[in-house]
Unconditional design. Structure first.
Length: 507
């Protein structure tokens, strides 16, 4: 009975893990369609996780790799990499299934697939790269050097996959006017639609122009092309329209003359959402500031445990999260460690705040700055805009850390953090007594060895001292009493109560 219960428990645990392959096992002779998805903005994390999911899906040797896309687009470089990676896949038919809006970089990813299927509400287009200013707002002007490479990439992908090249360019460049022309076929006499730019239409040979039966403007100069499912089907961009997954599988089976197509889904990686959250720039800046505060606290009062753990977790999340999305590697970590070491030397070894501390802060700032960007020094206008934006984020993180350290030094003085920034040691106020103070203390009597006007000399016993008269004048031989000391001199006064100090008797 116990063995049977164990088997039942293992079966219960195994069922969810095998759920993705149940349908394929139920139909062993059917073609397999492995589904992966692109949801939300496209960035370096999307690129990395999609690559891992595609690799895992390809281990099943599927007939189709279906990339379900619902995305507003995102980073140009990540979108370009995804598109060409999908284009370069062998031994599988890559299908882009547009489940809603797939604009900008998502359209580029779709053009890297062998076949595009769309839901009736699907959209493609608007691939023009955009700039952001220092406040994260869209800039109205877009540099020509940013449009050209994207336009070329999209046209190359389109022509390699059999999509109309001028349609692809009209999605990127608003200066391209796209027209739909109906050309009469020489053999059949039927009208065949074509989509050409105004420039391409003007360059057609005369014989071809003579066969054009009609012409209409699809998108005017100054507009970007965005197409729906029916228009994409008419243009030859999309081949299938499917409302849902079963309809898509049935359409693939019909299109490729297959008996049945079954689906298996590759779920998102468990850490994908966590990494996306901790690499969101406000969270990254907050983690950096908290980590730096905890690190300085740990250095100022070592051995507590909690500050060390907080610093390791927060700073580890900043750098490891950025590493997972391709924004950092060992260089940023090395810069950070060296920077912290220099700041620590300045704080805890040498007093004051000078060259070492400043250099350390620059290295720490540089390590954080590089976790926001793939480039080191900006070259293109887009990189310059992103660089300025990232500098602001870095300054915000450092400012937060410094404010936190100052508040700790103010309200937790036992840490002694700020006291190490300046030299607080002073010379003692009291010094060793002089010979005049030891041999002629206050109250000792003597006589004027010279006239004091008011400075002169006074004999106390057998010793003669420089003295100054408190009253301004003392006659020679007059009895005086010591009333104070000033800079090695005796301060004396002639007083009736002054008595002679007995002279020391010589042996």
């Amino acid at each position: 009975m116990t063995r049977r219960r164990r088997r039942l428990a293992w079966l219960t645990l195994a069922l969810p893990l095998a759920a993705g392959g149940v349908r394929a096992q139920d139909a062993p002779g059917a073609a397999l369609a492995a589904f992966v998805s692109i949801d939300g903005p496209i960035d370096s994390l999307t690129e990395r996780t999609l690559e891992a999911r595609v690799k895992r899906a390809m281990e099943r040797r599927p007939r189709f790799l279906v990339v379900a896309i619902s995305s507003p687009g995102g980073e140009v470089e990540a979108s370009r990499t995804i598109a060409w990676n999908l284009h370069n896949l062998d031994d599988v038919t890559v299908v882009a299934w547009i489940r809603g809006r797939a604009l900008s970089g998502a359209t580029m990813a779709a053009f890297g697939c062998d076949l595009i299927a769309m839901r009736p509400d699907g959209q493609l287009g608007d691939v023009m790269p955009i700039q952001v200013d220092a406040f994260g707002l869209l800039a109205p002007d877009v540099a020509e050097k940013m449009i050209v490479p994207v336009r070329k990439d999209l046209r190359d992908l389109a022509e390699l996959k059999g999509y109309p090249g001028d349609v692809a360019e009209a999605m990127v460049d608003p200066r391209i006017e796209l027209r739909r022309v109906e050309v009469k076929d020489e053999r059949t006499g039927r009208l065949r639609p074509e989509w050409l730019s105004a420039k391409a239409l003007a360059e057609l040979p005369y014989e071809r122009k003579a066969r054009i039966a009609s012409e209409a403007v699809v998108v005017r100069d100054g507009e970007l092309l965005v197409i729906g499912a029916e228009q994409a089907l008419d243009m030859g961009v999309a081949r299938l329209i499917a409302d849902d997954e079963p309809a898509l599988l049935a359409a693939l089976a019909t299109e490729f003359s297959l008996g049945e197509v079954v689906a298996v889904h590759e779920a998102s990686l468990w850490w994908e959402h966590v990494v996306r959250f901790i690499t969101w720039w406000p969270v990254k800046v907050l983690l950096f500031a908290v980590g730096m505060i905890a690190l300085v606290t740990a250095l100022g009062a070592p051995g507590q445990g909690i500050p060390e753990v907080v610093a390791a977790v927060c700073l580890g999340a900043v750098f490891f999260g950025s590493y997972l999305i391709g924004l950092s590697d060992h260089v940023e970590v090395v810069l950070f460690v060296i920077g912290v070491a220099l700041v620590a030397v300045e704080l805890f070894v040498t007093p004051g705040f000078g060259v070492l501390g400043g250099a350390g802060l620059l290295l720490v700032a540089g390590s954080l700055l590089l976790t926001f960007q793939k480039f080191v020094l900006p070259r293109t206008p887009g990189e310059w805009e992103l660089f300025r934006l990232n500098v602001g984020r870095t300054v915000l993180g450092l400012t937060g850390a410094l404010v936190g350290v100052v508040l700790l030094g103010r309200y937790m003085p036992r840490l002694g953090l700020l006291r190490r920034l300046v030299l607080t040691q002073t010379l003692p106020a009291a010094v060793e007594p002089t010979a005049a103070q030891e041999l002629a203390p206050v109250g000792t009597s003597g006589e004027a060895a010279t006239v004091l006007r008011p400075v002169g000399k006074v004999r106390v016993g057998q010793d003669v001292f420089d003295a100054v008269a408190e009253e301004g004048f003392v006659a020679l031989g007059q009895a005086v009493v010591v009333v104070g000391h000033r800079a090695g001199q005796l301060v004396v006064a002639s007083r009736p109560e002054a008595t002679e100090v007995p002279a020391e008797v010589s042996p």
